[in-house]
Ligand binder design. Sequence first.
Ligand SMILES: *[C@@H]1O[C@H](CO)[C@@H](O)[C@H](O)[C@H]1NC(C)=O
Length: 127
Amino acid sequence: MERVVKYFLFLTIVAAFPEMDLPLQEWKKLVQPYTPECIDQSTQQLLDNFWNHGEVSDNAGFKCALKCIATKLDILSSEGNINISNVQKFHGVTEEVARLCAQTTEVDPCQIIYNLIGCCCRMMTEE
Ligand SMILES: *[C@@H]1O[C@H](CO)[C@@H](O)[C@H](O)[C@H]1NC(C)=O
């Protein structure tokens, strides 16, 4: 059973960022008030993997949980537009990074937010 779970997790983790290079604890503080409404039991573990290991899962439910949080932070409007200045509520995300990462042709709001987060993490860890 444990092996199956590990295999499953291995398949769904698509990005692991060096956690020391990201202000994850600051981000966690920002997001925490919205997690009870947006995160359920199955996505909690995946969120913890991000806070503790910088791992971003591509699990569909997790992506939509992130979208839920982004909507509460007014990062994503009901029309699916990204608010650049609100993306900068995430400590360390510059306007330049927010602008570059907000450019998308994606239409699925869960995927838009997942891509946005992955892009910001990549830009912030690649210097
Ligand atoms: C972004 O959000 C801020 C604060 O919530 C708001 O004042 C601003 O008008 C929004 N910008 C856009 C382009 O919607």
